[in-house]
Design a protein around this ligand. Structure first.
Ligand code: GTP
Ligand code: MG
Length: 271
């Protein structure tokens, strides 16, 4: 059972990392400078990750948006609703040429005026969706830094795609409307999609409890066990992996973080 005390302590979330306040400002700067926006979405959770505020802004300013659904190696899901969309796997280097051609094609339609000579292509999205990985593949060298932790890229970096086209890498941003340090549903969403790493979550048991409301079947298939609820799974995995405290009790915090990590690394296939 998740106790009232646990809920209260999760609500405080004192030690959990906050999104840096400057990140939304950097995102706005990227949006302002860009002629074309690549919105990078994890193909497993494309709908949940769309930044509606950004999309509205892009529409109002009549900028071009291209949806990039990355990490298709992790799922069978192919969201057909977004247009134009390109399916990509940075891991398997799939879809990269198609995306590069699409960028060039759209760039060819733009007549430059204003501050910048080159066409500016802003690469935006939730933390950890693969923005920097994608940029490296597009330009054919490892110039943008990548990492498994959400919040890896910390500033704006400009990289040349062609003589006329520049890509802008920037920190991943959780949309303001989805962002919360206290709402467990929202924290669970960030955890599920990898926008917050397990070590950036204050109370992983509560988060996992929330995630189980929709993803229980996926975990049962992956761990090949039946379980009643998050607490039961945490107990079973803790025993199996020997995540134990002195006295032999399961270290549920460690076990829950381990399970979240399996989800974020894509080991657990989302059904
Ligand atoms: N399985 C899989 N993993 C990927 C893919 N693309 C990127 N990753 C992994 O996702 C993690 C995040 O990649 P980054 O390129 O740093 O993501 P980012 O969007 O730049 O992240 P922030 O800078 O934190 O916003 C890394 O561990 C990558 O190896 C993919 O297509 N498939
Ligand atoms: Mg990055």
């Amino acid at each position: 059972m998740v106790t009232k005390k646990q809920i209260r302590s999760a609500n405080k979330l004192k030690n959990a990392k906050k999104q840096k306040p400057k990140y939304p400002l950097l995102l706005q700067k990227v949006l302002d400078t860009s002629d074309i926006i690549l919105e990078i979405l994890d193909a497993r959770f494309a709908k949940e990750m769309q930044n509606k505020e950004v999309e509205q802004f892009v529409k109002t300013k009549k900028k071009k948006i291209i949806y990039v659904l990355n990490k298709v190696d992790l799922t069978q899901k192919r969201n057909q609703k977004l247009n134009p969309r390109i399916f990509v796997s940075c891991k398997n280097r799939k879809g990269i040429n198609e995306l590069r051609n699409k960028i060039k094609q759209e760039a060819g339609k733009i007549r430059k005026t204003g501050e910048y000579e080159r066409i500016q292509v802003g690469v935006i999205g939730y933390p950890n969706t693969g923005k920097s990985s994608l940029i490296n593949l597009l330009i054919g060298r490892s110039s943008a830094k990548i990492g498994a932790e959400a919040g890896f890229t910390k500033g704006i970096q400009k990289l040349r795609l062609t003589e006329n086209i520049q890509l802008l890498d920037s920190p991943g941003v959780i949309p303001a409307g989805d962002y919360s340090m206290t709402n467990e549903k929202k924290i669970a969403l960030h955890a599920k999609v990898g926008g917050r790493s397990p070590n950036q979550i204050k109370n992983p048991e509560i988060t996992l409890n929330e995630i189980m409301k929709t993803e229980k079947k996926s975990f049962e298939k992956f761990y090949k066990i039946k379980f009643k609820n998050a607490e039961d799974l945490i107990e079973k995995i803790g025993r199996k992996k020997s995540f134990l405290k002195k006295g032999g009790e399961v270290n549920s915090d460690q076990s829950a973080r381990f399970i979240l990590k399996d989800l974020q690394l894509g080991n657990v296939e989302i059904l």
